[in-house]
Every structure is written in structure tokens, then in C-alpha cells.
Ligand binder design. Structure first.
Ligand code: CA
Length: 365
């Protein structure tokens, strides 16, 4: 592995902009914590990521019925908790499926739930749970609970105090369009919490991320000036057909159209209000790429030309999660961090990314 990195690095040094790779710090962002090893977004997963030496730890943030901020990837509770057995009747029907929305529960109610590694429920038999990642932590073992954003920041800041390090936070405002439709201004609440914990300027160790471009711009143009804050913002990029971001028109939710971001000038437009982008990794190295031939886009080049950092998601090493153009996880990291020159990676396996980046730094000395 050592030889391969050296060889790839040499190729990069010979054929490309050397300054960019030689000087830039490569960030390892723990995606939902060390979520490859412990249930996502639990404090245990965050502590493990911290101990693995990451640069930033991610928090996905949603709001409860009583306006508290909790750290959960989905605005539903049913993929990672036992909500369907504790509160069997408290669901909403969504396109024929029962979904338990965090926003319909108070924090006290959510604190009663047990958190598990993610699963799906067998349609015909609600007692039959199927692990999303069978090789990860087993379902409903040990004891984990949902934590508030405040509890998680206190964990990370507490560890910063006791270790003398300064590890950053990387909160994501989830579905602001949904929260606002439900009458809740989640962005204001997140900013208020960040300010309370001392994250107010671009030199503070925080990146605030959001998929909703209307909201990210509002945070930059309206909310932060109002609150006398100016922290680093990251525009996450989705494919329009994922329905990740919706826009209400005449009461109907329509998918937000991300197409403008991929057109010439798109990155410049994002740079008007954000400091970085969080693209899906297939937006950089396209499907159909092979080890012999990578099919790449100009998104990193254009983003860097617009002074935007590039932090793609998500780097996983579970079976089937390594794309055909990389032989293993380390080669995948090499493609992105060295060849494509991204500035950081979101990963479920922070230990492997940290050791890759450290080795890279040693090679460069
Ligand atoms: Ca996220």
C-alpha cells in the first residue's frame, strides 16, 4: 500500500498543480461518528471517532415537538430506534408507509427510546428487522439513546478540554423546508445553539452544512448578520430526483432543482454565500469509471477556482461499497484525496482515513 501511494503521489506531482496537494490540509470528517463501528450519531460513536484522531465530527440535526434539537440523520425515528414498539400508534402515513416523525415527539418521549444500528422492517412482519449493514454493530445490543445537539457539543468540547485538542463540529440542518412547513425555524435554533457554545466566526472549528440552497443562502445573507455570526458554511449537493430538498408551491412539495450547480458558473454562484461544497462522490468520479479509466467531472476544479473547499460524501468500506474503480478503501481515498484533490472526506470509517492521511503527510515531508 505504501508503494502504491508513493507512485500515485509521484504521478500527481509530475502532472498537476503541486502546490494544491503539497500545502492543503486534508480533513477527515467522521460521518455520523465512527458509524462503521457503533450505531450512528450515538455519543459512543462520537467518542470513538474523537479517539481515532479525526478533524471534525458530524451532527445531523432535527427538531422535536417541543423545539429541542436532537442529533438524528432522518426526520423519522423508525430506522434507528424502537419507536414503533414504544409508541405504536404515533405514526403518520407517508405514501402508504407508517413513519414516526421526530417532530411529533417531545424530547422526554424521544429519550425513552433505544437507539440501534440502522435497520429496515419486513413489510409483512413488523417484528422481523433487517440490518442495513449486516457486518456492522448488531441491532439493539448494549444501550444507546438519542442525544441533543447540546449534549453532543458538550461531549466534544469536554474532550477538547481534557485532551487539549481542538476537534471541530460539522452540524447539518436537516430538511429546513420540512421544519419550516411544520412551523419551526430550525436554522435559527441551530445558530443560537452554536453561538451559545462559542462558534461564531470563520476561525472557529465549525462547518455548518445544509442541502437546501435557499436555506443556506438565507443563513448567510439574513440569519448570521442578524445574529452577528459569520461561520463557515457548506452547501451539500444532491441529485434533484433524490427528493432531498423540496420546495412548496401552492401547498404541494416539489423537488428542488439542483441542475444550476452543475452548469458553468454554478460554483461561483455557491461561493456567493458558502465556503465549501459537499458533493456526492459520484458527482466527481462518475459511475462507469474503471481503474484504467476514471470518468471525472470538473466540479473540484471549478469549486477550487471559486475558492470553495470540497468535502465529498460518503466513504465506506462495507462489502459492495467500494466502487469498481478502486481496489480497496485506501485506493478509493487516494483517487479522491490525491488525484481529484478534494480537501476532505466524510467517512464512516475514520480510523482508516486518518491513517491514510497521516501516511500521506509523512510521504510529503
Ligand atoms: Ca449528514
Amino acid at each position: 500500500m505504501r508503494f502504491r501511494i508513493t507512485a500515485t503521489l509521484l504521478v500527481s506531482l509530475l502532472f498537476s498543480n503541486t502546490a494544491a496537494i503539497a500545502s492543503a490540509e486534508k480533513l477527515v470528517i467522521a460521518h455520523r461518528g465512527a458509524s462503521g463501528y457503533l450505531p450512528e450519531h450515538t455519543l459512543a460513536a462520537k467518542a470513538m471517532a474523537y479517539a481515532m484522531g479525526v478533524d471534525y465530527i458530524e451532527q445531523d440535526v432535527v427538531m422535536t415537538k417541543d423545539n429541542r434539537l436532537v442529533v438524528l440523520h432522518d426526520h423519522y425515528l423508525d430506522r434507528v430506534t424502537d419507536v414503533m414498539t414504544v409508541f405504536p400508534n404515533r405514526y403518520r402515513e407517508v405514501e402508504g408507509n407508517k413513519r414516526w416523525f421526530a417532530i411529533d415527539f417531545t424530547l422526554a418521549e424521544i429519550k425513552r427510546l433505544r437507539v440501534s444500528e440502522g435497520f429496515s422492517v419486513d413489510e409483512g412482519d413488523s417484528t422481523s428487522l433487517k440490518a442495513n449493514y449486516p457486518t456492522r454493530f448488531p441491532l439493539f445490543k448494549a444501550h444507546f439513546s438519542v442525544s441533543t445537539l447540546e449534549e453532543e457539543i458538550e461531549l466534544i468540547q469536554g474532550l477538547n478540554h481534557s485532551t487539549g485538542k481542538n476537534i471541530g463540529i460539522y452540524p447539518e440542518i436537516k430538511s429546513p423546508w420540512f421544519h419550516r412547513h411544520e412551523g419551526k425555524d430550525i436554522s435559527k435554533a441551530v445558530l443560537r445553539t452554536l453561538k451559545k457554545y462559542g462558534y461564531t466566526s470563520k476561525t472557529d472549528r465549525v462547518f455548518l452544512q445544509c442541502f437546501d440552497p435557499i436555506e443556506t443562502r438565507r443563513i448567510n445573507d439574513v440569519l448570521m448578520p442578524e445574529m452577528k455570526m459569520d461561520i463557515n458554511l457548506v452547501q451539500l449537493i444532491a441529485m434533484s430526483d433524490w427528493n432531498e430538498t423540496m420546495v412548496y408551491s401552492n401547498g404541494e412539495a416539489q423537488p428542488y432543482n439542483y441542475d444550476w450547480m452543475f452548469k458553468p458558473g454554478g460554483m461561483k454562484k455557491i461561493a456567493e454565500y458558502a465556503d465549501g461544497i459537499g458533493p456526492w462522490k459520484s458527482m466527481i468520479v462518475m459511475p462507469g469509471s474503471t481503474r484504467e479509466q476514471l470518468k471525472t467531472t470538473n466540479i473540484v476544479r471549478d469549486a477550487h477556482a471559486a475558492n470553495l473547499l470540497v468535502h465529498p460524501y460518503t466513504f465506506r468500506l462495507d462489502p459492495t461499497r467500494i466502487p469498481p474503480y478502486a481496489e480497496d478503501f485506501e485506493e478509493l481515498l487516494s483517487v479522491f484525496l490525491i488525484q481529484m484533490k478534494v480537501d476532505g472526506v466524510f467517512t464512516d470509517f475514520p480510523d482508516r482515513a486518518v491513517s491514510f492521511v497521516r501516511q500521506l503527510e509523512n510521504e510529503q515531508q
